[in-house]
Design a protein around this ligand. Structure first.
Ligand code: FEC
Length: 307
């Protein structure tokens, strides 16, 4: 039998319990311990959504779903591993396990649809460094995959199903993605263009005209430098208080799973801001381990293997 190809699914990771938060946050801050006020804020946000965030379970379900889909289409050809950036099982742990299992060809697939130096590139760099300690291993990096039809349809189908609502003149759809430090895109990162590409593709598939939607940015980090804007909370508040909107439909198309940025930043922070401005929030479901997301990941694996 020919040797299977490993699929290294790479994701952010999330603390499993409160005592993990300091180490996790220190890893995100490149080894710098967080000052107390920032640490307290983050603990407060995790406590508000309840630990662990759903992200832990969803990443594992995505791995299992992809394994089942690949087994069905190509029996015995792939083995899927989960490697995380900021908590166990780390990307290095997964690569070591792949080596222990005797597999030498690895497809690296970041669970982030758009390419940026902060997401896809960073995942690939971490995986490539881990692979250097296993001579003879070959690494095939997956490209960004925001433009896959199944993913676009996942979002647009939900908007089509609420056409009565989105067609009302006092409803606006806000597409959003994780903000990044401004210097990233000023340095030529394609992230912003890919997010714009996805929001336009979803709007077109849902037959929304330009007046019915807007793109904004969410979850900017707690750092001093400027981040990409406008922030979705301010945009939503202005739409209600200055433009007469009553309903905001939130579609966090830059993410693929329910995580802290969805369960807290959207479901609590954005919802509260909208309600106190006198409006209502409707939030689209996230892809999580849906058939659409698994089909997208399967296509990405097949394309990367064929390249
Ligand atoms: O636990 C959970 O459910 C949430 C996990 C989580 C996801 C996530 C996704 C992305 N981030 C990206 C960029 C940055 C940059 C910084 C940054 C900071 C944080 C902090 C937490 C956190 N991120 Fe995150 N992010 C998640 C969690 N992120 C916690 C620290 C507290 C805070 O600032 O809010 C700033 C630090 C730095 O300079 O590195 C930049 C990007 C994504 C989407 C792509 C991906 O998932 O990899 C980009 C999920």
């Amino acid at each position: 039998m020919t040797e299977p190809t490993a699929v290294l699914l790479m994701a952010y990771g999330t603390p499993y319990q409160e005592s993990d938060i300091r180490g996790y946050y220190t890893n995100i801050r490149h080894g710098q311990e967080p000052p107390k006020p920032l640490m307290d804020q983050l603990v407060g946000r995790y406590k508000a959504i309840g630990l662990p965030s759903p992200l832990a379970r969803i990443t594992t379900a995505q791995r299992d779903g992809l394994q089942a889909a690949l087994d069905k289409a190509h029996p015995g050809a792939y083995k899927v591993y989960e490697g995380l950036k900021y908590i166990t099982p780390f990307i290095q742990d997964a690569v070591d396990q792949i080596a222990t299992d005797g597999i030498t060809r690895v497809i690296g697939l970041p669970l982030a649809p758009q390419y940026s130096s902060y997401s896809s590139e960073d995942y690939h760099n971490r995986a490539s460094r881990a692979i250097e300690s296993h001579p003879g291993m070959e690494y095939l990096p997956a490209r960004s995959w925001w433009n896959h039809q199944a993913l676009i349809r996942f979002w647009s189908d939900q908007l089509v199903a609420m056409k009565d609502l989105t067609d009302r003149p006092d409803t606006k759809v806000i597409f959003s993605a994780h903000s990044l430090p401004l210097r990233t895109i000023q340095g030529g990162d394609p992230y912003k263009d890919e997010v714009i590409g996805l929001s336009n593709a979803v709007a077109q598939a849902a037959d929304l005209n330009e007046d019915q939607y807007v793109l904004a940015w969410q979850s900017a980090g707690r750092t001093q430098e400027p981040w990409i804007g406008p922030d979705f909370v301010k945009v939503a508040k202005d739409l209600i208080t200055k433009s007469g909107m009553k309903t905001i439909v939130s579609a966090s198309i830059g993410f693929i799973a329910d995580n802290l940025e969805i369960c807290y930043d959207v479901d609590m922070e954005l919802a509260k801001a909208i309600e106190s401005a006198g409006g209502t929030l409707t939030r689209l479901n996230m892809p999580n381990d849906s058939p659409a997301l698994i089909a997208t990941l399967q296509e990405v694996v097949e394309e990367t293997k064929a390249e």
